[in-house]
Write a protein that binds this ligand. Structure first.
Ligand code: PEP
Length: 249
């Protein structure tokens, strides 16, 4: 199982800024991308151009969101068939911002996972509890419910999970290494029970240069999904380097 560090660029940056960032990463992460998987998730409108910039490098480009139907009257959506037609085989599924602002529920995410399976797209399924759920001791119940509902009868062969506590995304608050480790161990055990295999579990939620080292030290943290700090070459590259160093790669 390879470690993964991924950058989610969300709805940030203009066309030229995105291409510039992609080029800087291509030039800065040559050695690192031989040791771990490095993924970037640009805005969909720039996906193909980023792929073109990254052509010849080992950095992979994915989509932040996709619909589950192959085609049809679904204004504004992107289908797995379209993604495959530009050789995109990587998708974030169920980011908490999709769940919250676009009302994606576990049933929809299950369909999206099935679409990934059908089209051989590697899904990074994002899960995580809200602050009030953590404070009332429901973290494991929420994680278990999100996992079991999304994976129900999907028989996924390939999957990555991103544990992203909702209260830590874009807030500057990070889960402590211990909180993250406990959640990751729980997720891994449950997913192994369901899928009968180990899957990588990434941590996401205000990962920065300052906290990357102590998080990467935890044994069940197999990588990071990074928002804000992935928008700048310097911080993203530093986090990648810190991760590689802490895992002794
Ligand atoms: C994310 O976008 O998945 C994320 C974790 O964002 P941030 O690192 O900005 O909290």
């Amino acid at each position: 199982m390879k470690y993964i560090v991924a950058g989610n660029w969300k709805m940030h940056l203009t066309h030229s800024e995105v291409l510039n960032l992609a080029l800087e990463l291509k030039e800065s992460l040559i050695e690192q991308s031989r040791k771990i998987d490095i993924f970037v998730f640009p805005p969909t409108i720039f996906l193909k151009d980023v792929q073109d910039v990254l052509f010849g490098s080992l950095i992979k480009t994915g989509v932040q969101n996709m619909y589950f139907q192959d085609e049809g009257a679904y204004t504004g959506e992107t289908s797995p068939l379209m993604l495959k037609s530009i050789n995109c085989s990587l998708a974030l599924i169920g980011h908490s911002e999709r769940r919250e602002y676009f009302k994606e529920d576990d049933e929809m995410l299950r369909y999206k996972l099935l679409a990934c399976k059908k089209w051989d797209i590697l899904p990074i399924l994002c899960i995580g509890e809200r602050l009030e759920e953590r404070e009332s001791g429901k973290t494991e119940d929420i994680l278990a419910s999100q996992i079991t509902k999304a994976l129900d009868k999907t028989e996924m062969e390939r999957l990555v999970i991103a544990y992203e506590p909702v209260w830590a995304i874009g807030t500057g608050k990070t889960a402590t290494p211990r909180q993250a480790q406990e959640a990751h161990a729980f997720i891994k055990k449950l997913v192994k029970h369901i899928m009968e295999k180990d899957v990588p579990v990434l941590y996401g939620g205000s990962v920065k240069v300052e906290n990357a080292k102590e998080l990467a030290r935890e044994k069940d943290i197999d990588g990071f999904l990074i928002g804000g700090a992935s928008l700048h070459k310097e911080s993203f590259v530093k986090i990648v380097n810190e991760f590689i160093r802490m895992k002794n790669l």
